[in-house]
Design a binder for this molecule. Structure first.
Ligand code: ATP
Ligand code: MG
Length: 174
């Protein structure tokens, strides 16, 4: 697994990181967001969606489970936190989504990893005890996204959010 360890300080910073990642997103991509409750998953999706040309308001789909946003690249935002079973999630018609011209974000996507394309990006957000920053890990489990993460790092696009030296798993160099 390829991992890149980063840190964001404040919600605006989380949005900026998301926009930097989103600059590399293309139709068909799937991004799972995981980690701690209230760590900034929805904020990350807001930043990414704005960068993909979504002008509408992106709010948590917690009770609706799915929201569709038109954009330069259309965005589908899922939150599977309240889903009872994998079957229920399968009923959302994910397979069809992943093959179409949208970018899909799945909050709590690790719970439904078996239903996601193996080559997806996982963004893990962890809250710090003092609550003033978030440790953000980008994870790729397949060669496609591993290579894309390497390229993002090599291009310096993630450098502003490099975890401080000595922090748990500071940003790896390609
Ligand atoms: N880097 C950061 N430092 C401090 N606070 C942050 C950071 N990023 C986001 N936040 C804050 O975290 C809070 C929760 O954000 P958000 O609702 O996006 O979390 P979530 O992971 O989607 O929550 P849930 O688990 O309920 O879906 C917000 O108040 C947001 O401003
Ligand atoms: Mg949320």
């Amino acid at each position: 697994m390829r991992t890149v360890h980063l840190r964001t300080t404040g919600a605006t910073d989380t949005r900026l990181l998301a926009a930097a990642v989103a600059a590399d997103l293309r139709p068909g991509d799937v991004v799972a967001l995981t980690g701690d409750l209230g760590a900034g998953k929805t904020v990350f999706v807001q930043g990414a969606a704005a960068a993909l040309g979504v002008t509408g308001r992106v709010t948590s789909p917690s009770f609706l489970l799915r929201r569709d946003h038109p954009g330069r690249i259309p965005v589908v935002h899922l939150d599977v936190y309240r889903m009872g079973s994998l079957g229920e999630v399968a009923d959302l018609g994910l397979d069809e989504l992943f093959d179409t011209g949208v970018v899909t974000f799945v909050e709590w996507g690790d719970a439904v990893r078996a239903l996601l394309p193996p080559d997806h990006l996982e963004v893990v957000l962890r809250a710090a005890p003092d609550d003033d920053h978030r440790d953000v890990t980008l994870e790729a489990r397949a060669p496609g996204w591993a290579g894309r993460l390497d390229a993002l790092v090599a291009a310096g696009r993630l450098t502003p959010w490099a975890a401080p030296a000595g922090a748990d798993g500071a940003m790896e160099r390609a």
